[in-house]
Design a protein around this ligand. Structure first.
Ligand SMILES: [Zn+2]
Length: 291
């Protein structure tokens, strides 16, 4: 009798367990049915993936971007009244790295400035359009990325004009600043480009040498330690490892209280007399002119 009681109990337990199990399976066919019935419905639940987890957010700034032509010919940083910095990305657009970077920036409400190569603009006009649509600024980085300081004025102007036109064709906007490839531009060239195109030459105050691929954490620590108010920061969105370094870099700067603005916003904030010029490239350019 004892054995049969135990048997009965064990049967009852197994029935109870069994009765729980089927309750787990019905959602499968139900969800399949729901999915098939929603095939043609808009997917309103979709949200852009935030691949790096929750991120701090750059504040909405809405700052003016109209800088005066008289504010200066060359800038590597700008004297600003607060913790404002400009992130700049050179040599794109790149088919996969630039869209990935745009996702990273969008997740943090960060607006940056992209010094694009005209040839790449012609290859990827959709990426350029997206860049503008998401509030970023485009800058001129020439059409084929030559060393401008080694070229005559006709070639220099043609390189700049062709890039300008490519940007206009792709995105319907004109760039307002120039970054010379390799930073190579004589002082005389800077002055003539400024008077002809209205472009100030934009150098940089923070250079992590990311193109040498020193490693993601090195890029981040170099940028974070060298950045101060008014810094123009140089990065290359051509390289996957540079883009890999951006989430941690941007988040660290945001946590330190920095606010990201475009180059034009930074220049507009600086006013006319307060723009400071990086002495090194100017001195180099002067000596090249002298020679
Ligand atoms: Zn470049």
């Amino acid at each position: 009798m004892k054995h049969s009681t135990l048997l009965l109990i064990s049967i009852l337990i197994s029935l109870a367990v069994a009765s729980c199990s089927p309750e787990k399976s019905p959602p499968m066919p139900a969800s399949h049915a729901a999915a098939s019935s929603m095939k043609n419905a808009a997917n309103t639940d979709y949200r852009t993936q935030m691949p790096y987890g929750s991120a701090p957010r750059n504040p909405d700034l809405g700052l003016p971007s109209n800088f005066s032509k008289s504010s200066g010919v060359t800038f590597s940083r700008v004297s600003v009244p607060g913790p404002y910095v400009a992130l700049t990305f050179d040599d794109g657009p790149h088919a996969s790295n630039t869209p990935r970077l745009l996702d990273i920036l969008r997740a943090r409400n960060v607006k940056a400035t992209f010094y694009v190569i005209g040839k790449n603009v012609d290859l990827y006009p959709n990426i350029v359009r997206r860049t503008v649509a998401e509030g970023h600024e485009l800058g001129n980085h020439t059409y084929t990325h030559p060393k401008l300081s080694a070229l005559g004025q006709d070639r220099v102007f043609s390189e700049i004009r062709k890039c300008d036109d490519a940007i206009m064709r792709a995105a319907g906007v004109r760039p307002r600043t120039l970054r010379p490839p390799y930073g190579a531009l004589t002082q005389a060239q800077r002055v003539s480009i400024h008077s002809t195109f209205g472009y100030p030459t934009i150098m940089w105050a923070v250079d992590p040498l990311d193109w040498k691929r020193p490693g993601v954490s090195v890029v981040t620590s170099r940028i974070v330690s060298a950045t101060s108010n008014g810094s123009i920061i140089l990065v290359h969105d051509l390289h996957a490892s540079s883009v890999d370094a951006m989430p941690a870099t941007i988040d660290a700067l945001l946590r330190k209280g920095y606010k990201f603005v475009t180059v034009s916003q930074l220049l507009a904030m600086g006013g006319s007399a307060s723009a400071s010029i990086n002495p090194q490239p100017s001195a180099l350019a002067q000596s090249q002119v002298g020679e």
